[in-house]
Design a protein around this ligand. Structure first.
Ligand code: ADP
Ligand code: ZN
Length: 649
């Protein structure tokens, strides 16, 4: 694992290289002429070879890894060899339109069949499909498995015009994932009915259970499995302690992401609504998204997020699957996600274009208490609960980590070996908060014992239970009304932890709850010892914690009320001089017009990265323009002259 080397190479040998197989040459030529990219990324070439050679494939790649090309390129290669139409199974009708639009922009004949089409449109598309003229057809699983559609597929198959099946978001077939879709279960009919047609299943969900489920349910036992590195080197991970979360979020956005598109995840619908409204009141363009909103409102908000520049979507986990907007510059979590899998999938929505992006989370004691309680109170069986608790502990360990977050994540996904000599702990990625500002650590073993024995004293002294706030007051020797009322100043533990700051105490309690030595009870989250607390009291458990750094938000709190700077225009993705920056702005204005005319998101026309490269190199001829990554033949023909004109202004 080399966190900094997973980018694709700058140059590739020409597609005509005689050392390549005919399929490789055809695939590379499609990549270069249709999509305008110079070379395949890591597993892409091998996946394409497999599918073009009639084999099945299961592709596990992180979000943004480049899964779409893994089936789009074979679909084009096979179509050119008179193999007909590729059927793409996609769970979200709402997003098919943009995917098809992007293909058509690149000159690839594609369409989607869904319930939003008029009867005439649907008929026209069906004619294109049945005539084998379409290269790719996108449809939802519930349509594909209808008798009528299967009869159409039969006809295509009989004429050898069924080129491949691509099953996107394949984890939807698994009950283990949170995106389970009943309709996906019926997809095994494709294998039974069309055993000769290659299938490619794709997902960004990496864990073993889900993988095994996909293989079994989709009958992919003979498929080659391609597992890419799950590292996302362009994403910077940072996790901060909660201290006025809203203020922290606002500062994060206004200091580092003004005018950028981003997603803010919250746990509840109510919090989504409130946070979105509050961000708007602070001058940030934000929209809410959750399952409680009207379907029309949801679609409208999603559409705006995809089409407009620099919108912030405040959302529950209902938002995200299939959103392939490449220029999401940050994903922020105001609440702790369920587990590392969810965290990684959600944060993975940032920076698909490979440019720098942030994954930022703020979390605190209340988050730990809530998550733990949700598990304890759920009606699930004990085994399942134990599994959930294990996953929560892993996530908390990530949050409290004082070493490299990326290494922790990759170790969790089994990509980095967890060595006994701790070699992986010494590795630093250089692009997470802990690598950039290594936090000091302190040995909290003694403090943990003090906290637990203080709770024990409460219990002995009248049997009552108390919450974290009061416990910390007693440990720090603070005389409050409550301390007086319960005569807690007389306890032997009163004031024994005055040398430990309040923030440190909170960190200790978070750990103790996360590790299961403490439990919280009832409405007031009172603290109670568990059986395993004894091992801590006996000094058998060592606790090494990160030193909490007073967050900048608390240091500078109050400054937001006076915030009045208007949102500045989004900076270009690569450093540009003044003149190039102007050219970049003109190109963006031109792109916005084209996108509006075609009713497509701007990035479907050209991505920021491609425009920036045009602005930087300022090509003077169509040949020069064609050299830029992201400029394929069709786009060159459609827009080349216009772009040269804009650049010459
Ligand atoms: P995924 O579906 O795995 O999340 P996408 O297929 O949306 O990822 O690809 C992510 C981004 O990377 C897209 O903007 C895509 O155009 C780009 N991309 C994919 N493969 C390549 C490549 N070989 N060279 C350059 N860009 C690529
Ligand atoms: Zn790191």
């Amino acid at each position: 694992m080399t966190p900094d080397s997973s980018d694709f190479p700058e140059t590739a040998p020409p597609a005509s290289d005689p050392a390549r197989t005919a399929t490789e040459r055809a695939a590379l030529s499609v990549l270069q002429t249709v999509f305008g990219y110079p070379a395949f990324r890591d597993a892409q070439a091998a996946v394409i070879e497999q599918v073009c050679g009639d084999g099945d494939a299961l592709v596990l790649m992180p979000t943004g890894g480049g899964k779409s090309l893994c089936y789009q390129v074979p679909a084009i290669v096979r179509h050119r060899a008179d193999r007909g139409v590729a059927i793409v199974v996609s769970p979200l009708i709402a997003l098919m339109h943009d995917q098809v639009g992007a293909l058509e922009e690149a000159g690839v004949h594609a369409a989607c069949l869904n319930s939003s089409l008029s009867a005439e449109e649907a008929q026209r598309i069906e004619r294109e499909m049945m005539g084998g003229r379409l290269v790719l057809l996108y449809a939802a699983p519930e349509r594909i498995t209808t008798p009528r559609f299967l009869a159409q597929l039969d006809s295509l198959d009989e004429r050898g015009l069924l080129s491949l099946f691509a099953i996107d978001e394949a984890h939807c077939v698994s009950q283990w994932g949170h995106d389970f879709r009943e309709d996906y279960l019926s997809l095994n009919v494709l294998h039974e009915r069309y055993p000769g047609v290659p299938r490619i299943a794709l997902t960004a969900t990496a864990d073993e259970l889900t993988r095994a489920d996909i293989i079994e349910r989709l009958q992919l036992q003979d498929a080659r499995i391609f597992i890419s590195s799950f590292d996302r080197p362009n994403i910077r991970y940072a996790i901060v302690e909660k201290d006025n979360a809203r203020g922290q979020l606002l500062r994060f956005i206004s200091d580092e992401h003004e005018g950028d598109a981003g997603i803010v995840y919250c746990q509840s619908r109510k919090k989504v609504d409130e946070t979105a409204a509050w961000l708007v009141s602070e001058g940030i363009s934000a929209l809410p998204y959750h399952a409680g909103l009207d379907a029309d409102v949801r679609r409208h908000h999603q559409d705006r997020f995809l089409r407009e520049d620099g919108l912030v979507m405040v959302a529950t986990i209902a938002f995200g699957m299939g959103i392939d907007k490449p220029d999401v510059r940050f994903v922020a979590h105001l609440d702790l996600p369920k587990n590392i899998e969810s965290y990684y999938q959600e944060t993975g929505r940032a920076g698909r274009d490979g440019l720098p992006a942030d994954a930022w989370m703020t979390y605190g004691l209340a988050d730990v208490v809530n998550q733990r309680r949700m598990i304890d109170e759920s009606p699930a069986g004990e085994d399942f609960k134990r599994g959930q608790v294990g996953k929560l502990e892993a996530l908390l360990a990530l949050a409290e980590a004082h070493d490299c977050r990326r290494i922790r994540l990759l170790t969790y996904f089994g990509e980095v070996q967890d060595t006994t000599d701790g070699a992986q702990a010494r590795y630093r990625c250089g692009n997470c908060d802990n690598c950039i500002h290594p936090p000091a650590t302190w040995n909290a073993t003694e403090a943990a014992r003090k906290a637990l024995s203080c709770i024990y004293r409460f219990h002995q002294n009248g049997g009552q239970r108390f919450g974290a706030g009061h416990l910390i007051d007693v440990l720090r020797g603070k005389v409050t009304d409550k301390v007086t009322q319960h005569s807690h100043a007389t306890l032997s533990t009163f004031g024994i932890g005055a040398d430990v700051t309040e923030a440190q105490w909170r960190a200790v309690l978070r750990q103790l709850i996360a590790l299961g030595h403490l439990r919280t009870e009832g409405e007031y989250h009172t603290l109670e010892l568990t059986d395993s607390a004894r091992s801590v009291l006996r000094g058998e458990v060592q606790l090494l914690l990160r030193e909490s750094i007073p967050t900048a938000a608390s240091a500078k709190r109050g400054r937001f009320g006076a915030r009045s700077t208007p949102a500045k225009d989004k900076a270009p993705p690569v450093p540009l001089d003044d003149e190039a920056t102007e050219r970049f702005a003109s190109l963006k204005a031109w792109r916005a017009e084209v996108a509006r005319e075609h009713n497509l998101p701007a990035y479907v026309v050209f991505q920021d990265r491609t425009l920036a490269e045009m602005a930087r190199t300022q090509p003077h001829s169509l040949d020069d323009l064609a050299q830029i990554s992201g400029v394929g033949a069709k786009k060159l023909e459609a827009y080349g002259t216009e772009i040269l004109r804009v650049l010459a202004l």
